[in-house]
Design a protein around this ligand. Structure first.
Ligand SMILES: [Mg+2]
Length: 91
């Protein structure tokens, strides 16, 4: 996230509060789940909706990381998780 985007997200957290924004994380993840299910179960042509919901989820995950101050920890954990995926692929 660039500095302008980060500032917008900080303002959102200040305005609406941690509790509300954490609930929004769940709400946006639920919306993404719904669009993926529509795509798979009903063969719906909804890639634009999936794009919208992925963007919403990414924005909310940025706020979640800010609220819990876990951005660096997540960045460090990703290569570890990817190594586990790689190991499973090589099984
Ligand atoms: Mg949404």
């Amino acid at each position: 996230m660039n500095k302008v985007s980060t500032n917008i997200l900080k303002k959102a957290i200040t305005k609406w509060g941690n509790h509300s924004q954490l609930l929004m994380v769940l709400e946006e993840m639920s919306e993404l789940q719904k669009e993926i299910l529509k795509n798979i179960n009903r063969q719906k042509d909804n890639v634009d909706a999936i794009i919208d919901e992925v963007a919403d989820v990414e924005i909310m995950l940025e706020q979640l990381k800010y609220i819990y101050q876990i951005d660096e920890a997540v960045k460090q954990r990703i290569p570890v998780k990817l190594e586990k995926v790689k190991a499973r692929l090589e099984d």
